[in-house]
Design a protein around this ligand. Structure first.
Ligand SMILES: *[C@@H]1O[C@H](CO)[C@@H](O)[C@H](O)[C@H]1NC(C)=O
Ligand SMILES: *[C@@H]1O[C@H](CO)[C@@H](O)[C@H](O)[C@H]1NC(C)=O
Ligand SMILES: *[C@@H]1O[C@H](CO)[C@@H](O)[C@H](O)[C@H]1NC(C)=O
Length: 602
């Protein structure tokens, strides 16, 4: 079909559906508390135009009133029909009038779409070390655009190297024009800030703005080593592809002998059979199948996944990923123009490997492996190894203390009489690792405690017409640094991520016609850092919530929907909130508020 016609018919369809939904919700009235009653303030008499800007209402990494000392476009690329092509890359030359040090460096990815296109996943690397994983929205019109900002303070070591001798910035966005004509046109820029960027205290827990258990440490690492495909620049990118639960991909690295702390930061995205793994039911026969049969049984193994790492093939910890909903999932209209939680800046997952330093301080190469438990094809993973070195020692000593990593307790139940039935998965795990490192600050022991709890329930009723999905993930990570029996510093991150999806298929003239969906998704994260038993504690709290409801044509590509997003961030010295409501692809309400100098400053 001619692309122009496609667009016109799509817009008419969208407006038509929007009208239909509008009449329905207002007609139903407040008296019928049906599952799909809207409670949004829909504008009367006027139809907002579909907004071209897609957004994620999170805490901006730098206040808009602050101008960067210097800004540099480091990569410009049109991503057209490029499946299988190596990453786009550009050599970096640092501007001489922008010398180190900087108080903050912010990455900006600015993308515009020339036409309709699917949602894609993209990543940006500096010399093979990933700094951003992002999922694109679905451009629903020509000229759709968005911007992603990310604080790169954590990657100071990479930035300093770039400034010293240059390097290579790469980006992958595997687009295809087989079905839709849209080309993604991207600019990648770096903004360097000098002087005070933010208040002192919130800077100490840098960029806790988005979902992750990241930045548990006040000072960025001295070295960041890529755990990614070494030849990624010329091949299929730096990320490894994981197709099944036994596949482990590894990189060999040698670390400095004076390393006193190590943190592995893992980036993941899921594709193909696992694109929406968090909604997978568990089928009766799955548990008893052979591995080969499991691989060929699509989406039948339930909603538990764990990304994990190994050192020389020994398990050293893992995380259940936060379920970022891509713009193609559930009902695409929910994610336009506000994308799913974490979609623009997908969370990465930290594993503190300090207790395992004894395995790696011999100056020899070691294998760091990455895998995904219960993976179906396919996952794209790679990692960064953040290392802190002791400049006052040539070599430090280290030894293990405790290794406690029992198998995660899994509870699986499934009762299906196709198509109806239900399944449930419960997972609970606690692991504890500790080890000592003797360096210039003394002989310190680091203890990592990590607890996870996951429950996933899928229920199908009315001969497949009604589906209810409940997913909840809770994680608690605590890292304590001790000297003898006294603790010196403690970092704790608590994550709570519930999701509910209800779907009902409505028949018209005896045939399934519309799929109505309602969604609730939330991320709550509390991160606290404490210095010593009598020292100060800094706490950041984040709640990011989305509610959406709408309808889609069964078998069709488009539908109508409305959503509400509520983002709230607070730390010891400031708070920020933003509430955005959308309907029919347009923003109908957008409220921002921020405050400084919160209570416990005295
Ligand atoms: C990229 O930068 C060029 C100017 O160098 C600008 O014309 C273009 O609109 C930008 N594209 C996006 C998507 O920001
Ligand atoms: C699992 O994936 C790995 C590659 O990651 C591959 O070598 C292996 O054959 C796969 N196993 C099965 C059972 O398909
Ligand atoms: C460091 O402390 C641990 C016990 O906490 C001890 O086993 C180890 O020998 C000490 N290392 C050195 C180099 O003193």
């Amino acid at each position: 079909m001619h692309p122009g016609l496609y667009e016109v018919s799509f817009l008419l369809l969208l407006l038509h559906l929007y009208f239909a939904a509008f009449i329905c919700t207002t007609g139903a009235g407040a008296s019928s508390p049906s599952l799909f009653d809207g409670n949004l303030e829909l504008p009367r008499g006027s139809i907002p135009t579909v907004s071209l800007e897609h957004l994620d209402p999170t805490l901006p990494p730098a206040l808009p009133t602050q101008t960067p000392h210097c800004s540099l476009v480091v990569l410009q690329q049109n991503f057209a029909d490029i499946v299988g092509a190596p990453p786009a890359s550009a050599s970096y030359a640092h501007p001489p009038d922008c010398p180190f040090p900087w108080t903050r460096v912010v990455l900006e990815l600015s993308v515009a779409a020339t036409d309709l296109q699917e949602s894609r996943v993209a990543a940006i690397w500096i010399d093979g070390a990933e700094v951003l994983r992002t999922a694109t929205p679905i451009p629903m019109a020509r000229g759709a655009f968005w911007r992603v900002h990310k604080d790169l303070t954590r990657y100071t070591a990479l930035l300093r190297r770039l400034a010293d001798g240059g390097g290579v910035i790469s980006m992958m966005l595997e687009n295809s024009n087989k079905v839709l004509p849209g080309v993604f046109s991207a600019n990648v820029s770096l903004h360097y800030y000098r002087g005070p960027v933010d208040d002192e205290r919130s800077k100490s827990v840098s960029n806790a703005a988005h979902p992750s258990v990241r930045s548990l440490y006040r000072e960025p690492a001295d070295l960041v080593l890529p755990i990614s495909k070494p030849d990624g620049q010329y091949g299929s990118g730096f990320w490894y592809r994981i197709d099944n639960e036994t596949g482990v991909e590894s990189t060999t690295v040698a670390i400095p002998r004076n390393t006193y702390r190590a943190v592995l930061e893992i980036f993941v995205s899921y594709h193909g059979e696992d694109e929406s793994w968090y909604t997978n039911p568990l089928r009766n026969n799955y548990i008893h199948q052979s591995t080969a049969a499991k691989v060929s049984a699509p989406r039948a193994n339930g909603a538990f996944r764990q990304v994990y790492a190994t050192i020389d093939r020994r398990y050293v910890g893992g995380h259940v990923p936060f379920p970022v909903i891509y713009s193609s999932a559930i009902n695409p209209v929910f994610w336009s123009p506000v994308v799913g939680i974490g979609a623009f800046d997908m969370p990465s997952y930290d594993l503190d490997l300090t207790p395992f330093l004894a395995l790696m301080l011999d100056g020899r190469p070691h294998e760091i492996g990455l895998g995904v438990r219960s993976a179906l094809p396919h996952w794209l993973v790679n990692a960064n190894l953040h290392l802190w070195v002791d400049y006052w020692s040539d070599a430090v000593q280290a030894g293990p203390v405790e290794y406690f990593a029992p198998a995660i307790q899994m509870n699986r139940n499934a009762e299906w009489r196709n198509p109806d039935g239900q399944s449930e998965i419960g997972a609970e795990g606690l692991e504890r690792f500790s080890g000592w490192v003797s360096w210039s600050r003394g002989n310190l022991t680091t203890e990592v405690r990590h607890k996870i709890k996951l429950r996933s329930q899928v229920q199908v009723q009315n001969r497949g017409a009604v589906t209810q999905i409940d997913f909840i993930l809770k994680e608690r990570t605590m890292v304590t640094v001790m000297r003898r029996n006294q603790w010196l510093a403690r970092a704790q991150a608590v994550l709570d991520a519930p999701m509910q999806v209800q779907t009902a298929i409505v028949n018209a003239a005896g045939r399934p016609a519309m799929k109505k969906t309602r969604l609730f998704h939330q991320l709550m994260e509390v991160v606290s850092l404490s210095d010593g038993q009598a020292g100060a504690t800094t706490t950041t709290e984040l709640t990011d919530r989305q509610d959406a409801e709408g309808s889609a044509l069964v078998g069709g590509r488009w539908g109508s929907g409305s959503s509400r997003s509520s983002y709230q961030y607070r730390d010891g010295s400031k708070c920020y909130s933003r509430n955005v409501a959308t309907a029919g692809g347009a923003v109908i309400q957008d409220r921002k508020a921020s405050c400084f100098a919160m209570s416990d400053d005295a």
